[in-house]
Design a protein around this ligand. Structure first.
Ligand SMILES: Cc1ncc(COP(=O)(O)O)c(C=O)c1O
Length: 448
């Protein structure tokens, strides 16, 4: 950054009143005492408020899969907002939302072919849960109302999402949540699976816990099971070999819908359009967001099987088949961003690129094995995690210290608990991977 601009940004920062903004999922008091502001971005890098280049090891929050400020996406957004800024979403339409839905279903496994638009991952999740319950009612099985999530699942922050989610701190402050929810056990187990490369071998039997839950509640009360194919936010939990296949089979056996929350795994993170393609396991609904617009404009979507859509079209009690939607469902600017994003992914072959880089990524991240406090390293596609032993009595402190030190050295990582999660943009070059891992290595060597 030129010196004059750098000074201007620093001055602006000095005048900024940080107090009024209540920051999400942030240690507000700590942050405001020592703020980390990002002021620009390009490709693989952010520019910090003090003018440093920061290598983005996390694609923002798992969303900037094509890298930052890509001109094709920026221009599509600029043109769209100047041409049609907004169109009512109810009983009216505009071409780009239809076009985007049509493009999206080209990426999903066959049969998943109708799209309901939302504005975030959380909204996509709550939409999917509502569609699942309503679907059973519309087809005459209204007793199927229960939802099954999973321990350590993260499905955003709506009441539906936190209810099926499995993170205690995201649930305990918010009352009784949505009733009629049960949880599968999570699959994370270091005793059996530490330092697995790719899919861990142990643990597919944990899917059979669904049989126990069905036996307890009876299938006639269960609407859907929702899981992240690879859990991201709770620290990159990779499904054991055969686990998702088993879940699918048990859902089929009992007429339970299977929802994949692909907010993180969608759009190339595993080297394929969706995790459903990667695993060859086809859910009944897919939730996506983030990479759908490369993080530029908020947008989420639920992609459903034809049978679900047709049931509503054929059997709804009223002309409006589903009483659900958002003012900004299929927003014109988000749709334009989505179309430009999908085109860029395709033109640059970014999903294939992620698949090609995955072995190199695996080798690089596993080279951190043996460093102080490292109790696990795991990876899949362009996702990786390094789990640290927590400091007794101070959980999260060690990983957070690693985050701060990496940031000081110009590398953005993400931590959750004492787990460091990495998910770089799919445009990452070999030299960036080397830099990212070398910085992390240095920091881990220094940590107390
Ligand atoms: C799997 C999953 N579902 C849902 C969400 C929520 O998305 P959003 O923050 O856009 O509401 C996230 C966000 O990280 C996620 O990882």
């Amino acid at each position: 950054m030129p010196e004059t601009m750098k000074n201007a940004v620093l001055e602006l920062h000095a005048e900024l009143n940080l107090e009024p903004f209540w920051m999400p999922f942030t240690a507000n008091r700590q942050f405001k005492a020592n703020p980390r502001l990002l002021v620009a971005a390009q490709g693989m890098h952010y520019t910090s408020h003090d003018g440093r280049q920061i290598l983005d090891g996390t694609a923002g929050l798992w969303c900037v899969n094509a890298g930052h400020c890509r001109p094709a996406i920026v221009e599509a957004i600029q043109q769209q907002v100047a041409q049609l800024d907004y169109a009512p979403a109810f009983q009216m339409g505009h071409p780009k939302a239809f076009e985007l839905a049509d493009q999206l279903i080209q990426l999903t496994p066959p049969g998943l072919d109708h799209v309901f638009f939302a504005n975030s991952g959380s909204e996509a999740v709550d939409t999917a849960l509502k569609i699942a319950i309503a679907y059973h009612r519309v087809r005459g099985q209204g007793s199927r109302q229960r939802l099954i999530g999973r321990e350590r699942g993260y499905h955003g922050v709506g009441f539906g999402g936190i209810s099926v989610g499995g993170i205690s701190s995201n649930r305990k402050y918010f009352g009784s949540l949505v009733p009629g929810v049960d949880h599968l056990p999570h699959t994370h187990n270091l005793e059996h699976n530490a330092f697995s490369r790719g899919l861990p071998r142990w643990g597919s039997h944990l899917a059979e816990e669904l049989e126990r839950i069905v036996a307890l509640h009876d299938a006639s009360t269960i609407a859907a099971v929702i899981v992240e194919p690879v859990a991201g936010s709770t620290g990159v939990l990779i499904p054991p070999v055969g686990y998702l296949e088993k879940l699918r089979a048990i859902c089929d056996k009992y007429g339970i819908l299977l929802i994949f929350d692909e907010v993180i795994t969608g759009f190339g993170r595993l080297g394929s359009p969706f995790a459903a393609n990667y695993f060859g396991v086809v859910p009944d609904l897919i939730c996506c967001a983030k990479g759908l617009t490369n993080g530029t404009i908020p947008m989420g979507a639920v992609i459903v099987k034809q049978e679900i859509y047709n049931t509503f079209m054929d059997s709804a009690e009223s002309p409006i088949e589903l009483f659900h939607g958002y003012t900004y469902s299929g927003h014109p600017v988000a749709s334009a961003a989505g179309l430009a994003t999908l085109k860029l992914y395709q033109q640059e072959g970014l999903f294939e690129r992620a698949a090609r880089l995955a072995p190199l990524w695996e080798a690089a991240i596993h080279s951190l094995k043996g460093l102080p406090h490292v109790i696990d390293v795991r990876n899949l596609g362009l996702v990786g995690a390094v789990e640290l032993e927590g400091i007794p009595g101070r959980p999260t402190a060690r990983a957070f210290e690693a985050f701060l030190r990496c940031y000081e050295r110009g590398v953005l990582i993400r931590t959750t608990g004492d787990i460091i999660a990495l998910s770089p943009p799919l445009i990452i070059e070999e030299t960036h991977i080397e830099h990212l891992i070398a910085t992390l290595r240095q920091v881990l060597q220094e940590l107390a």
